[in-house]
Design a protein around this ligand. Structure first.
Ligand code: GDP
Length: 296
């Protein structure tokens, strides 16, 4: 996902790495290039401004000018700043609650919710030894329920059937009762997608959340949407009090703006990234690893 950002940033950093001395002019030139690189990667403007201000403040301080290798020192500052905007640490799913722990997934249509539900089911079973049940509360697209059933079969999760004649709240509540009956550790609730942030479906998602009290509410978002990913996440957060974000399609040619903007714009951590269509293509999000990848 970060190819073009990596190319531009390493271009900006290249000239600095080996430099014995850095003047204010060379720092300013480098910062200008970093700014252009971030804007071209579709990072949200307030995030870019804050990023540059932080780097400038540290770069003009003693850390760089007094360093034996000022170029390296500046690269390190940019690296640290990338990690900071992405939230420093990996934040994993919080499963610390009485079973069945309910995890709800929300997001726009086509963002990858259903695929991510299956990926998470597999991850929770394999990495955490959990017994996972999945259910679809998407009563607008019968195909969505069938798709989840197929995927659940592939990843070995318990599939709780639902039907378009039911209300989404009843589906979710019924699934929770069934998850209790079957002693499932985790219940993943896939919700209806929407084409845009739409009040009616937002109310529906709120009603589902009120009925089953999810311990985690994850916003699933397509990284191709760049800084819009962060703006949409903010709108969902206002309605649903999200606990985290899953950034999908990072295997495509998205430019990185979503990864760099979500945390700062919403205050919510990216917990996982999706990097492919297959159920095993889900990775925990590690800001430091991503920063290293970006700086090449
Ligand atoms: P939903 O409408 O939000 O439930 O979205 P789906 O789960 O149906 O996904 C929409 C499309 O995106 C499907 O074709 C998925 O295979 C694809 N998809 C989902 N996640 C990823 C990902 O991380 N990488 C790639 N390349 N495709 C993905």
């Amino acid at each position: 996902m970060f190819n073009s950002l990596t190319e531009r940033l390493s271009g900006a950093m290249q000239g600095l790495r080996g430099k014995g001395r850095l003047t204010e002019d060379s720092i300013r030139d480098a910062l200008r290039e970093v700014r252009v690189a971030l804007l071209e990667a579709d990072v949200a403007l307030p995030v870019v401004k804050d990023f540059i201000a932080q780097v400038r403040m540290r770069a003009l301080g003693q850390e760089v000018t007094k360093s034996l290798t000022p170029g390296q020192a500046l690269v390190k500052i940019v690296n640290d700043e990338l990690i900071r905007v992405m939230g420093e640490q990996n934040e994993s799913l919080d499963l610390n609650a009485a079973a069945p722990v309910v995890v709800m997934l929300a997001g726009l249509q086509g963002s990858g919710k259903t695929t991510t539900t299956a990926k998470l089911a597999k991850h929770l079973a394999e990495a955490h030894g959990k017994k996972v049940m999945v259910v679809s509360a998407d009563v607008y697209r019968p195909a969505a329920i069938a798709q989840l059933e197929t995927l659940a079969g592939q990843v070995g999760a318990i599939f709780q059937p639902s039907d378009v004649s039911q209300s989404p709240v009843d589906i979710a509540s019924g699934a929770l009762a069934e998850a209790r009956r079957q002693f499932a550790d985790v219940l993943l609730v896939d919700t209806a997608g929407r084409l845009h942030v739409d009040a009616e479906l937002m109310d529906e998602a709120k009603a589902i959340a009120a009925a089953v009290n999810p311990h985690e509410i994850l916003f699933v978002v397509d990284s191709m949407t760049g800084q819009d990913a962060a703006n949409t996440a903010r709108a969902f957060d206002e309605a649903l009090a999200l606990t985290g974000v899953v950034l999908t399609k990072t295997d495509g040619d998205a430019r990185g703006g979503a990864a760099l903007s979500v945390r700062q714009v919403t205050g919510k951590p990216i917990k996982f990234i999706g990097a492919g269509e297959k159920p095993d293509a889900l990775q925990p999000f590690y800001p430091d690893r991503i920063a290293s990848r970006i700086l090449g």
